[in-house]
Design a protein. Structure first.
Length: 152
């Protein structure tokens, strides 16, 4: 009986003040870390940058083709930016949750490596620049290499 009353009360409170969704990697810590997500995201940024640079604008007067071009460019740009942000989030999880002081002793440039990679995510997100996208892929690959060495 009391359980039912409490349940109704909590549902009433939830209807007035919706609970917020909480997002976290793992503050347990779970020990489940990987670099595949960041690598995939950086590769996606590269491929979409490449596609955007190859996208040909239509000739004058073809409104249907112009709309298709604008739509394709907008969708590619939105996806490229989304994956640049995913890459940054995945890197930050590794930087803040996985790597420990003993890793910094072995890799003294680790903080700088992550900081520059996170900044590169922003550059690749902001620009349609294949060199910036390649640089992001290279930086993520370097972090993945260091990560793999720490797992040995």
């Amino acid at each position: 009986m009391m359980k039912a009353i409490i349940g109704k009360l909590l549902r009433a409170v939830d209807s007035v003040s919706k609970p917020k969704v909480a997002y976290a990697h793992c503050d347990i810590p779970c020990g489940v870390y990987e670099t595949d997500s960041a690598t995939h995201a950086a590769h996606t940024v590269y491929v979409l940058t490449e596609k955007l640079l190859k996208l040909e604008p239509p000739g004058q007067g073809d409104e249907k083709a112009r709309l298709a071009y604008v739509h394709a460019a907008a969708r590619m740009t939105e996806t490229k930016e989304k994956f640049a942000q995913i890459c940054k989030q995945e890197l930050l999880i590794l930087w803040t949750d996985y790597f420990k002081p003993e890793h910094l002793q072995k890799y003294p440039n680790l903080h700088d490596t992550f900081w520059k990679a996170a900044k590169q995510c922003s550059t690749a997100k902001r620009e349609v620049n294949l060199e910036a996208a390649q640089k992001l892929k290279d930086m993520v690959a370097e972090i993945a290499r260091i990560f793999a060495e720490t797992k040995k």
